[in-house]
Ligand binder design. Structure first.
Ligand code: CDP
Length: 232
């Protein structure tokens, strides 16, 4: 009997399309590792703000990215990201980071450093990774690629709820405007743009529940696992 091969599941899509919650749950069901690539761009942005390095200063920001140590940890409910040993999971998910991140994510030097880290993390397979360029740049060989979309109104409502749970009240119109701006920046940049890979399965999560999204991707992953292992 063949050995069960661990595949790579790449989940890309615009802001707040449900990628991270879904990716985390799918990973749990598969017994895989979940990696949030967006958290890495967020951490670099946080470090630039802390060091008062302008987010547009490509070389300086890349130096910060190169120097910092990023590690992921997990407890049941959430993913923890450590930047040089400090848990920055909360600090990186704020409207300020959302507003400042685009030049950092468009910086080709930063992308080269982070893409390499992501590839190392996924080297042995058994990984679910979400982001913008996972299926196109980081793991073009991923066995399963999902492109997750949802209506902007619904995505903004999800983000507003997330922020409310953290005690932040933000106007819906402002969230929509910020989100549309960030999506445009993500889709328009020349390095690692937000783009559906030709072989990605598109899932519109407008009106779907998290368990429904998880179930669809989990089934697709199980199909891929049996195809690549030849165990059916
Ligand atoms: O949760 P949300 O979808 O709002 O954001 P995220 O996945 O944490 O990503 C935050 C930002 O990081 C995105 O708007 C992108 O600019 C950038 N990013 C990227 O450029 N490439 C990735 N693979 C992941 C995120």
């Amino acid at each position: 009997m063949g050995k069960i091969r661990k595949i790579i599941v790449a989940i890309d899509g615009p802001a707040a399309s449900g990628k991270s919650t879904t990716a985390r749950e799918v990973a749990k069901k598969l017994g895989y590792t979940y990696i949030d690539s967006g958290a890495m761009y967020r951490a670099v942005t946080l470090r630039a703000l802390q060091e008062k390095v302008p987010v547009e200063a490509q070389q300086q920001v890349a130096e910060l990215a190169q120097k910092m140590e990023l590690k992921f940890g997990w407890n049941n409910a959430r993913t923890i990201i450590y930047m040089d040993g400090e848990d920055v999971s909360e600090k990186i998910r704020t409207p300020l980071i959302d507003q400042k991140i685009s030049p950092v994510a468009a910086n080709p030097l930063v992308r080269r450093i982070l893409v390499r880290k992501q590839q190392q993390l996924g080297r042995v397979g058994g990984v679910v990774m979400d982001g913008r360029d996972i299926g196109t740049v980081v793991f073009p060989q991923a066995e399963l690629k999902i492109f997750m979309i949802a209506r902007v109104q619904e995505r903004a409502l999800r983000r507003q709820k997330e922020l409310e749970q953290k005690g932040m009240k933000v106007d819906l119109e402002k969230i929509i405007a910020d989100m549309e701006y960030r999506d445009q920046q993500d889709a328009g940049r020349s390095h690692g743009p937000l783009k559906k890979a030709d072989d990605a399965v598109e899932i519109d999560t407008t009106g779907l529940t998290i368990p429904e999204q998880v179930d669809r991707i989990y089934r697709l992953a199980m199909e891929k696992i049996s195809e690549t292992t030849g165990l059916v």
